[in-house]
Design a protein around this ligand. Structure first.
Ligand SMILES: [Zn+2]
Length: 313
């Protein structure tokens, strides 16, 4: 199968065998400013290059994109590519003469962890990616949960604090508005503005207050900076509180945590585990394992390939 990860500046393609091994891969720039047809051409070139490297063929293609996608493969809205209601599946099938499945990139990444990563073999699992935003996927009884409009898995928009911090969605107080990478940066900048002397380390690592990011907090935490430690503990507490609700709601056997914030601060997993075991319902945690995602940046492309595998079964 072919797995494709489509972004606003580049497209990545991998030919993946049925065991989840990458046979060949290729990366190509995308040119969304030159119109949707040009992006279809970019994808097509990338696919051809990938296949010719492996001297192989593919039976189906899965593609993940940072956008809302409906079940017929229409991209409803993609700010990165400037698309509204674009029939991506239809266009690619026409061009590549292959069956194509289109998915939201985070859902595709959850699928990747399930089929080929830390969730291999499990039937009930929840994957939570804590990156700039927080999202994931729920697999229940061996099926990926899609929901009525195909957007199930927006786990970051679970309300944590009524009328709390403003989120990027219409709500306030979402888990993402406290523990997502953008929110960690925001909280860190506020803390530094309130106590500039205690924030000296963060300012010097970032260059200026506005440049403090979650990655800078992670770096300062590993340098044992007290303010970064405080931010870390608060983040752990927010994240764990959100995860308690998620675990109680879905009763997974496996909770997989991944994404840039977790990669930068893997220590969050242990604290989250302790807090979840203490605060979730006993029946929700009795058979629960909590693990780190295994595929890193490749989860999206692997998941897209796994989705392709599903349609040719
Ligand atoms: Zn939200």
């Amino acid at each position: 199968m072919l797995g494709v990860d489509l972004g606003g500046t580049k497209v990545e393609t991998a030919l993946v065998d049925s065991q989840g091994n990458i046979v060949s891969s290729h990366r190509h720039p995308t040119h969304p400013e030159k119109g949707a047809d040009r992006v279809i051409e970019d994808i097509s070139i990338c696919v051809d290059q990938c296949l010719s490297k492996a001297k192989g063929n593919a039976r189906a293609l899965g593609i993940g994109i940072a956008a809302q996608v409906d079940e017929s493969g229409v991209v409803l809205s993609s700010p990165n590519l400037g698309w509204e209601d674009f029939p991506l599946r239809e266009k690619l099938e026409e061009r590549l003469k292959l069956p194509v499945v289109v998915a939201n990139d985070v859902r595709a990444a959850a699928m990747g962890e399930w089929r080929f990563g830390a969730g291999k073999g499990a039937d009930d699992l929840v994957v939570v990616f804590v990156g700039t935003g927080i999202g994931g996927g729920v697999i229940s009884g061996g099926n990926l949960l899609h929901g009525c409009s195909h957007t199930a898995g927006e786990l970051g928009h679970t309300t944590l604090i009524v009328d709390g911090r403003k989120c990027h969605c219409p709500n306030r107080g979402c888990l993402e508005a406290y523990a997502g990478g953008w929110a960690i940066a925001e909280r860190a900048q506020e803390a530094v503005r309130a106590k500039p002397r205690a924030g000296k380390k963060l300012i010097s690592l970032a260059g200026s207050v506005e440049k403090i990011t979650a990655a800078v907090v992670s770096q300062a935490y590993h340098d044992e900076d007290p303010m970064a430690l405080q931010l870390f503990m608060e983040t752990a507490h927010y994240l764990s509180s959100g995860l308690v609700s998620i675990v109680n709601a879905f009763n997974p056997c496996l909770l997989i945590l991944g994404g840039g914030v977790i990669e930068g601060l893997p220590e969050l997993i242990k604290i989250a585990e302790e807090e979840i075991r203490r605060r979730a319902l006993r029946t929700s945690v009795d058979n629960l394992s909590i693990v780190k995602a295994a595929l890193g940046k490749e989860s999206g492309i692997m998941g897209a390939a796994a989705l392709a595998q599903e349609i040719i079964k």
